[in-house]
Design a protein. Structure first.
Length: 155
């Protein structure tokens, strides 16, 4: 009888934690977005690892001011005219992509997975194949952007 009560309690706790975790992604995005907006960070350094079947896969280091890239390095070398290429790696654009995905149709060929760091900001953003999507999807179209370093103020 003693163990039967523990089992019921354990099951109830698991059900409760599952219902909390189910809404966690949406809540995490909303909370993270609020934190980003409230931070009013206008200048920062960000280092990302971009993984994709693409010639621009690699380490990107950006200095960003007012949402615009002011300095850019690709795999440790200066990269000129990289605003368009590296624009997706700014924190502002990571939030735009994450926001569009939270409002997107979940039945499409791809889904966006987002993780958040200890600072509350986006830590990684991945475009992965939707396992529920049954139609043919072009290969090599997934990617991952992982924030390796983020320093407000430009570092």
């Amino acid at each position: 009888m003693k163990y039967k009560n523990i089992s019921v309690f354990t099951i109830i706790a698991l059900i409760f934690s599952s219902s909390i975790n189910g809404s966690e992604k949406k809540d995490s995005f909303a909370g993270s977005m609020v934190k980003w907006d409230k931070s009013r960070i206008k200048e920062y350094y960000i280092k990302v690892n971009y993984s994709s079947f693409s010639p621009i896969s690699g380490l990107w280091e950006l200095r960003v001011k007012n949402g615009k890239i002011i300095n850019c390095m690709f795999n440790g070398k200066p990269a000129e005219n990289c605003t368009e290429t590296a624009g997706s790696f700014t924190m502002e654009n990571l939030y735009k992509t994450a926001g569009r995905s939270s409002a997107a149709d979940k039945n499409g060929p791809f889904i966006i997975e987002v993780t958040y760091g200890k600072n509350g900001f986006i830590n990684s953003l991945s475009r992965i194949r939707n396992p529920e999507y049954k139609k043919t999807v072009q290969k090599d179209t997934t990617y991952r952007i992982e924030v390796l370093n983020f320093i407000p103020g430009g570092g």
